[in-house]
Design a protein around this ligand. Sequence first.
Ligand code: TMP
Length: 223
Amino acid sequence: MKKGFFITLEGGEACGKSTQVRMLKEYLDKQVNHDDFLFVREPGGTPLTEEIRKLLLNYEIDKPLPMTELLLFCAARVEDVYKQILPALSQGKVVIADRFYDSTIAYQGMARGIMSSKDILSLTKKIIGGLTPNLTFYLKISPEEAFKRKSKMSEGMDRIEKEGLLFHQKVKEGYDFISNLEKDRFYILDATKSPQEIFEEIKKVLNQKIPEYFKDDLSEEKY
Ligand code: TMP
């Protein structure tokens, strides 16, 4: 049986991550072995974690304290790991997660400054039994460029997206920290490139890293 493979996509606001997740999903859904892939998002994916997501991102009545925010993201992750990710990996699937603990290091660690990024890393690893992604695509963009993009976006922003430039500069510092610390699993993408260019690069990397899942039948013509 195949071993299973855990991929995460990460990046600050307006980096184009959701577009890449959508493109990848549409592409893989057309493949014969589409059942080999499971897409998850953090926080979310189960009834409970979707509720936690709403509390974290859209609950306007009573803003959580930074520590509450950290623990709610961690609680959602525990649910996500034990109910979705680990079972799928143990069945030999490729799990593709839209955000994982690098987001917590960047947003709650570096940007909110609740505790050091190293402490957040050890906390988050402890509660999920040390699970580490095999491969992380980090869509890197400067916060200044992201802010320019955001001003052109039509959809409403969530509570965290609404934070100012300084917050998002720190988020980027957090990503720089973790991508340097765990560099072997990181593949850094230039998020200023076009979505199609980025997508081609992602497919190329997947062809190299997981050829047993990502085979020749994933050709351009089929897409
Ligand atoms: P999304 O818009 O990419 O779905 O992400 C939801 C928001 O949650 C985004 O602003 C980043 C934030 N977030 C954290 O602050 N910490 C975390 O651990 C995760 C997973 C997301």
